[in-house]
Design a protein around this ligand. Structure first.
Ligand code: KIV
Length: 271
């Protein structure tokens, strides 16, 4: 029996076992109770409460504005719904960079106030002191390399990362550093597929890709993008599994017509 079908509750240990056995890991984002309940019921292995909430839930153009309090609100809502998946929460911009004590207190707030399983932090050597301090408190950390949206103003573009050899070398050295420091997994965002495959083959911890090709150990997508709720974002790596924008638009339109022409409520829908 596969590791995935055997377990009642996914832990960081389960994810490493899945990598060891070559079982792919499925991950999606979620930010609220109702959506988390559906994707956990469907059998997703892990849920990331991403700071992409800043974009898809709050309408900001970057992930920078979302606050620690707001991430805690989203994460606590998700955790209340989840029975099986591992829940990982993004530490938001400004809550961990350049100050490892602040990183630890931010991570502790997330763990205490949401009951999530782990936190995620963007970056390599630049944030390693913070990663190490959070790990020292027994809090599991997922790394995030490649395109790191919290650093958008440093790079100025959401283009594919690690195309040049120098950048590939930095990515590999950061990935090894995060593994050696104790991260249990790393998200690799928007890098060439062959670089993703190379990192996944050199590391023993699971590599979860978003636009990192099929040679990594698992895949993550933003739920609003893969369901077609958000139509404003169409990178090459995104596969849309539904056109929920049109479905909801159609249903709401139908409702409006029913209200306007007196078809709702009918005899059975009133007291
Ligand atoms: O914020 C987010 O949604 C993420 C995903 C790419 C995992 O970091």
């Amino acid at each position: 029996m596969s590791v995935e079908t055997r377990v009642k509750r996914v832990t960081t240990h389960v994810l490493s076992e899945m990598k060891l056995k070559g079982e792919k890991i499925s991950v999606l984002t979620a930010y609220d109770y109702s959506m988390a309940k559906i994707i956990d019921h469907a059998g997703i292995d892990a849920i990331i409460v991403g700071d992409s909430a800043s974009n898809v839930m709050a309408g900001h153009s970057t992930t920078l504005p979302i606050t620690l309090d707001q991430m805690i609100y989203h994460a606590a809502s998700v955790v209340r719904a989840v029975q099986r998946a591992l829940v990982v929460v993004d530490l938001p911009f400004g809550s961990y960079q350049g100050n490892s004590k602040e990183a630890l207190s931010s991570a502790i707030r997330i763990m205490k106030e949401t009951s999530a399983d782990a936190v995620k932090m963007e970056g390599g050597i630049e944030i390693i002191e913070s990663v190490s301090r959070v790990l020292s408190a027994g809090i599991p950390v997922m790394g995030h390399l490649g395109l790191t949206p919290q650093s958008i103003h440093k790079f100025g573009t959401y283009a594919v990362r690690a195309r040049q050899e120098e950048e590939v070398e930095k990515l590999l050295s950061d990935a090894h550093l995060l593994e050696d420091t104790g991260c249990f997994a790393i998200v690799l965002e928007k890098i060439p597929a062959q670089v993703g495959t190379r990192v996944a083959s050199e590391l023993t911890i699971p590599l979860i890709g978003i636009g990192a090709g099929g040679g990594v150990d698992g895949q993550v997508l933003v739920i609003h993008d893969m369901l077609g709720i958000n139509q404003e974002f169409s990178p090459r790596f995104l596969r849309r599994y539904h056109d929920l924008f049109s479905e909801i638009d159609g249903a709401v339109n139908h409702y409006i017509q029913d209200v306007k022409n007196g078809n709702f409520p009918n005899e059975r829908e009133q007291y």
